[in-house]
Write a protein that binds this ligand. Structure first.
Ligand code: PEP
Ligand code: MG
Length: 759
């Protein structure tokens, strides 16, 4: 079929589809039966069938022309099985001149498909969700052309919209609106903030539903398209003009992408082709996006995926110009809202906050991203890196988040909701109780005092100091405010920043960590060489020592802001003692400079080291006498010990921080420090997990620094533990080749009434 013929066939087919759908005397099934017959006729094919997704990941034959009529509603194909199952599983069209050569081919004797040879199938999808499949087959060996596939995709798109609108399939027969309730689906992600939440989904950049699909006048639609493009360009220009003054790289990137697409003739041509094939401008724009999704959506290449996201953003803007902003408004403020976004800025999250946000799901997002920090301060559970959350969730869907396990449950069952409510009630009771106990001393049952400090990265986090009656911040991640800036803050700006922190912390002593940038924490305004292995590359103290001006200015600003108050300073990602000594020399110089300039400094300022790299752990004994304290950054130490990227979702759960090998390294560090009388603490996430903290306490750790959400559970664990017997038990396990302590210590805790709930 030539391109011109294809456009005519497509146009013709869509018109006939519309006629059939508008016949009120026909039932949904009769309409679908007519439609498959017409599609087969237009293609001159022997068979056309429609399959619809049913519960249990199965496709049901819903209508056919060419297969045995008795097979309709009696034939089910498992997703991933058979050639049709393959089309649905991979969510992309498939063309075969001989179906028998496909590795998944099998013959279903009840369908009457023995003589069929060539195959062309495409998913029926809407908003990235696959609802079923549309298939055309021939007895001849025939190779369908690109134009044929394009036309079939256009028809499939229109069919999918009609199906969702309830015009071709009874709504209660659709999986997503099944009267038995849809099947719960679980998406896995990375926990950025633990907790539970139940709420209705709100998509940050929602799928814009297209209601008018088939055009009456192609010329008019083309005109509408050009007008919408012009408006979109104008609104983008305004946006760029505004963001240009901020000078952020992000806005420049969007601008570049926009320019790329604006000049992309291929993109416009595809839309134009869709209109010429009978679609409205909005339907053609949406179809072009789904084609692109099929083509690059499966790619594992981050660059292509990012381009796809940019493209989705722009498509959305164009659709909003064409059909208006159809975002589902947030209706019921009593019902919690779970925001689903690719990424989200902290200000945007705060904007949603007035709508009673109870959870946040991000497709991207790192632990230290500023939005997670704000979310943590607001006690909103956050799960990130959820595969395809945006395409699988629709606005208004009920979602249950179990952010302690990193699970997002779509369409949860009654039992799951009931279980969730019970756990939430318990959590609330515990919080009330914790508030009452906030000022009690933090000691074990047998009277051993434990120092508990706070990990913070923002002023919001510091509010927990007062709430929990804490006297110290064990880790202040100074890079977080830098990540919110659009250019490198000079000394004066940094002084103001640290003054605010000192003020918010009151009398609590703060341990500031110098900038831990690089790796996964990039500053948009700091040019850095491309690292093929960023977590092992130019980051943290390595940048501070190579560009000493950065470290010097930060220390200068901290000393000035302190204005006589005590504080502690530590350096991240040290690999050798020399690095610590060089960084400390910069501190000493700055201290002298500050004193010579008349600044008031406390005489109890302390300088310490973070132990985050195994090589540094083994260098510790050489450095005693040089350091005032150390803090173990177990997050990084763990990733380097096991050579396991902490930002990679595939690494989750692969190695255990309660394995004897890792604990032996920690024990070595604690023993070095005990022997030398050097104060030590641990500020990685491990310190905030009750079972892990219990083991560490048994191994001799007495100072834990934890994120705000972990304060109550850790206090509860400490107050319910008698250390003596536990320490003996853990010492025994470590000495006796037990490869992992998790289950044994957990069992011990249960037997001895130690409270280990995480929240
Ligand atoms: C760590 O690595 O354990 C740590 C506390 O630092 P961060 O998580 O900020 O890398
Ligand atoms: Mg670290």
């Amino acid at each position: 079929m030539s391109a011109a013929q294809a456009a005519t066939v497509s146009h013709h087919l869509l018109r006939r589809l519309r006629e059939i759908v508008s016949q009120s005397t026909l039932s949904a099934q009769e309409k679908l039966d007519h439609i498959v017959r017409i599609i087969a006729q237009e293609y001159g094919a022997d068979m056309c069938s429609v399959y619809i997704m049913r519960a249990g990941a199965a496709l049901e034959l819903f209508a056919t022309h060419g297969l045995r009529p008795q097979a309709v509603h009696r034939t089910f194909i498992k997703i991933g099985k058979g050639v049709v199952g393959d089309v649905v599983e991979n969510a992309r069209p498939l063309v075969l001149s001989d179906i028998r050569l496909h590795p998944r081919f099998y013959l279903d004797p009840q369908m009457g498909e023995e003589e069929l040879q060539s195959f062309m199938g495409t998913p029926l999808s809407r908003g990235g969700r696959v609802l079923g499949a549309l298939v055309v087959q021939d007895k001849r060996k025939r190779l369908y052309q690109n134009e044929d596939v394009e036309t079939l995709q256009t028809v499939a798109m229109v069919l999918a919209e009609m199906i969702v609108a309830g015009e071709l399939v009874k709504p209660d027969e659709l999986l997503f609106s099944n009267s038995d309730g849809p099947t719960p689906t679980v998406l896995k992600g990375v926990v950025l903030n633990a907790g539970l939440a139940l709420g209705r989904a709100v998509l940050h950049h929602p799928f814009v539903p297209v209601k008018r699909l088939i055009n009456d006048d192609a010329e008019r639609e083309l005109h509408r398209l050009y007008e919408a493009i012009a408006k979109m360009r104008a609104s983008l220009r305004v946006m760029f003009a505004e963001s240009d003054s901020l000078g952020t790289t992000e806005s420049k990137e969007v601008l570049e992408t926009y320019q790329m697409f604006a000049q992309d003739r291929g993109w416009l041509n595809r839309i134009r082709k869709g209109i010429e094939g009978g679609l409205t401008a909005e339907a053609a724009v949406q179809k072009t996006l789904s084609d692109l999704r099929f083509r690059i959506g499966q790619s594992h290449d981050a660059y292509f995926r990012e381009r796809l996201w940019d493209f989705e953003d722009l498509t959305n803007r164009l659709l909003q110009q064409l059909v208006g902003n159809d975002n589902a408004p947030i209706k019921n403020a009593d019902e919690g809202v779970i925001v689903v976004a690719r990424t989200l800025g902290p200000a945007e999250l705060l904007d949603y906050e007035k709508h009673h946000v109870v959870g946040l799901i991000l497709e991207e997002g790192l632990h230290n991203a500023h939005v997670s920090i704000v979310a943590r301060a607001l006690r909103i559970p956050v799960i990130s890196r959820t595969n395809q959350a945006l395409t699988k969730v629709e606005s208004g869907d009920l979602i249950l988040m179990d952010a302690s396990k990193g699970e997002v449950i779509l369409s949860p069952s009654e039992e799951q909701i009931e279980l969730h409510s019970a756990r939430q009630r318990k959590q609330e009771e515990r919080r009330t109780f914790a508030r009452k106990e906030a000022d009690l001393p933090i000691v074990t049952k047998d009277g051993v005092p434990i120092q508990l400090s706070l990990n913070a990265g923002s002023l919001l986090d510091l509010e927990s100091l007062k709430e929990a009656h804490l006297a110290s911040v064990g880790l202040y991640r100074t890079e977080i405010p830098f990540m919110l800036e659009s250019s490198f803050p000079d000394v004066e700006a940094q002084v103001r920043l640290y003054q605010d922190i000192f003020q918010a912390a009151g009398d609590s002593v703060i341990t500031f960590r110098t900038l831990d940038i690089g790796g996964d924490k990039l500053l948009p305004y700091l040019r850095a060489p491309e690292d093929s292995n960023p977590l092992l590359g130019w980051r943290a103290i390595r940048i501070g020592l190579d560009r000493p001006i950065i470290l010097r200015q930060q220390i200068r600003a901290l000393l000035q802001a302190s204005n006589g108050r005590p504080f502690r300073l530590m350096f991240p990602m040290l690999s050798s003692l020399d690095e610590f000594l060089s960084a400390k020399a910069i501190f000493m110089n700055e201290k002298e400079r500050a004193l010579s300039q008349g600044h008031t400094l406390s005489d109890t300022l302390q300088v310490g080291a973070m132990v985050e790299v195994p090589s540094f752990a083994w260098s510790l004994p050489d450095g005693f006498g040089q350091m005032d304290f150390i803090s173990v950054g177990s997050n990084d130490l763990f990733q380097f010990f096991f050579a396991s990227d902490r930002t990679n979702p595939n690494m989750i759960g692969r190695y255990d921080n309660l394995s004897r090998s890792f604990l032996t390294l920690l024990k070595r560090i604690f023993s070095y420090c005990d022997e030398a009388g050097l104060p030590y603490s641990l500020c990685g996430e491990m310190a905030g997990k009750p079972l892990e903290a219990l083991v560490l306490m048994a191994m001799g750790l007495r100072h834990f620094s934890v994120s705000p959400h972990a304060l109550d559970p850790i206090k509860r664990m400490i107050r319910s533990t008698s250390l003596e017997k536990l320490s003996q038990y853990v010492t025994y396990l470590l000495a006796n080749n037990v490869s992992n302590l998790r289950h044994t210590v957990h069992a011990f805790a249960l037997d001895h009434g130690i409270l280990l709930e995480e929240y």
